[in-house]
Design a protein. Sequence first.
Length: 203
Amino acid sequence: MILPGYTGKSIEMRALLSPLFEEALVYAARLHANQRRKGKDTPYIAHLMAVSALVLEYGGSETQAIAALLHDAAEDQGGKAQLEEIRRRFGDNVAQIVADCTDSWTVPKPPWRARKEAYLQHISTLSPESYLVSLADKVNNANTILQDHRQIGNAVWERFTGGREGSLWYYRCLVDTFRECWSSPLIDELDRIVTQLEELSRV
């Protein structure tokens, strides 16, 4: 079949993502191979891919998409030593975004409330590159909670250290803090999801 407008000339297609993105995807899958989403059997890589997809859909660069795949690597899989390995493999810019998305460097993690309050303050210091990855992470997390809430109700909050009250406080503060620092339709999406969670969680 001849396509309309076809001239017979070959069309050179340039890959939108380089082999470095593929390397990061494989690296993240292996790094989080034994990790699952909270309270679920879903492989953790599903979250990382979803965050990376959101970053690309909202205009992010390959560097940001790679950082999205690796944004939990330091926090969950080795702390600052893991961050330095990411820097070696994927560069300073990716490592900086991963660092900006990390709210704990130690095991065990600091107390939940203090950790979240510190991260809320940290948001105002983020670069635009880090904002997008951090925001995409929070959108996917909140949306996952929303979908699970529709299935099991307020029992979903039992999975989280902050419980219903603390978790809703944190997500509402995230919406407000991101709005103070940045402008993006993705903030509106987070606001919409959090508002639905607040309405569904009323007891």
